[in-house]
Design a protein around this ligand. Structure first.
Ligand SMILES: [Zn+2]
Ligand SMILES: [Zn+2]
Length: 122
C-alpha cells in the first residue's frame, strides 16, 4: 500500500493528533519511566543474565506509556467530537478500529450529536 493521496478526514485527523501530542508533550520528551522503549524490566539481580539492561523474559509493557496512550486517545476523541465533522469522524473510527461498512453518515452525525450532549464517563 503506497497510496499517498489521503482523504480529507485523514488529513484532519493528523492535524488533531499532532495538536494533541503537542499539548500533552510539548517538549516531545521520551517517557521518563521507560525512556521511550514502551517496556520496563522487572529483572532480579543474580537471577537474570543481564539484569542491568533488562532481559526479554522480564519485559513488561510500560505503565506510564499506557497511561499516556489513554490520555492521548481521550483527548483525540474529544477533539473529533468537538470538530463535529463526518469525514474526520470516519477517519477516526477507522483508526480506532470501530469502523465497519454498515455505518452511515446519519449514524455518525447522530453519534457526534449524542456525544456532545451526553458525554460518557469513560
Ligand atoms: Zn530479567
Ligand atoms: Zn514508558
Amino acid at each position: 500500500m503506497s497510496d499517498i493521496r489521503r482523504s480529507r478526514g485523514e488529513v484532519l485527523l493528523d492535524f488533531i493528533c499532532d495538536d494533541v501530542d503537542q499539548r500533552l508533550n510539548p517538549e516531545n520528551e521520551e517517557c521518563w519511566h521507560c525512556g521511550g522503549e514502551g517496556e520496563t524490566y522487572d529483572c532480579i539481580d543474580g537471577c537474570c543474565e543481564d539484569a542491568e539492561s533488562g532481559c526479554p523474559d522480564c519485559a513488561r509493557p510500560c505503565l506510564e506509556c499506557k497511561l499516556h496512550a489513554g490520555r492521548r486517545a481521550k483527548a483525540i476523541r474529544e477533539e473529533v467530537i468537538k470538530a463535529n465533522d463526518v469525514d474526520l469522524a470516519v477517519a477516526w473510527l477507522k483508526q480506532v478500529g470501530r469502523w465497519h461498512d454498515g455505518i452511515t453518515e446519519d449514524q455518525i452525525r447522530a453519534q457526534l450529536a449524542g456525544a456532545v450532549t451526553a458525554p460518557p464517563s469513560r
